[in-house]
Ligand binder design. Sequence first.
Ligand code: PSV
Ligand code: MN
Ligand code: MN
Length: 425
Amino acid sequence: MKLDHNHIETINKKELSQHQADFDFLANRLEQKGNHINGLIEKLCAFQVAIPSWALGAGGTRFGRFSTKGEPSTLEQKIEDVGLIHSLTKTAGAISLHIPWDVPKDYKAIKELADSHDLIFDAVNSNTFQDQKNSPFSYKFGSLCNTDQKVREQAIQHNMDVIAIGDKLGSKSLTVWLADGASFPGQHNFQAALTNTQYSLQSIYKSMPQDWKLFIEYKPYEPNFYSTVIQDWGTSLMLANECGERAYTLVDLGHHLPNTNIEQIVSTLMLKGKLGGFHFNDSKYGDDDLTVGSIKPYSLFLIFNELVYGMENNPQNPYPAWMIDASHNIKDPLEDIIQSLEAIQEAYAKALLIDQNKLREAQLNYDVTLCQEIIQDAFRTDVRPLIAAAKIRSGGAINPIKAYRELGLRSKLIAKRGNSVASGL
Ligand code: PSV
Ligand code: MN
Ligand code: MN
């Protein structure tokens, strides 16, 4: 299923005069403050976030799963769903695959399909946190960290297979997230687990094509509840440094203990040129994977402030690979992703408004009050008309959620696919 651009235009027409009034008001205010409206809109249009292939069906908790129906059951359908989201938002121009959940059968056809939806394949994700059919060894006691060399070799080989699959699709990076860890004190020898993980990652790194990047994701706990081998950004950075210059840390917003200063982590990694990937979601307690911006929009904005600063001032850091890593139990997953994309654009737009020169001056004058005023003035600005202007310019919907509903897309998906439930979760 594909969206006809005319349908989006028809819906936009109804909103256009109100949008124009809102936009003129905002543009006027921002111009008076010295902002370049056109430059802001261009930056917003260029900001694309990958959608993970596993977020298109209703997520589950270990207590149950409630389907939205009409969920994609093949990779083709998952690409179609990302295509729908991208047509409406024009900010989701990439898909991130999880292997072995989404191994293409016909690579040429899959590439053509993605291309027809204007999508590229971003980082590929390996999976050594579940046992796979026909694999001789179990990951119950860890994968890359395992004390048994045969288990480690199987996990390393899996990552190499994932790289080979991604390479055929045009991906240029591998994300490794490990569940490896211990649930009870004494279960692991910490040093042996870390050393094994380092050697395993180094083997994977060496096997990558020269133009590939390795992203090492960290997480403090879960599924192991006493220790995780790659528990924090420091451990990830250390491993990345031990692998080589094309290995980077990946920050997932949900992978921090409550109240961690994530913006400072972002800033440090960018200064060192080691922030490679970024997973967006939101949370109140742990790795809750809630809709981006639904709980802590101010934190998200402060994080974006550092991302924007880093993108402008740290040429030593590559352009990060952005991905939404959110999915849960009760919303229509496509609406959830659209809301996440909107929240990302909003935080990014607000961060772009911060007058960095004024901020630096206030910092040098030790004017703490003014520093806060400058930051919060940007945060309090309603930037939605700016985001809508970017959508119009790139052919998306002024209000993507409204358009999704008006076009009856979920009902159409259910009519086509029935009560199907997404595969691979
Ligand atoms: C598990 O916590 C997780 O959500 C990680 O964030 C990974 O990025 C994702 O699963 C897919 O492996
Ligand atoms: Mn993640
Ligand atoms: Mn996670």
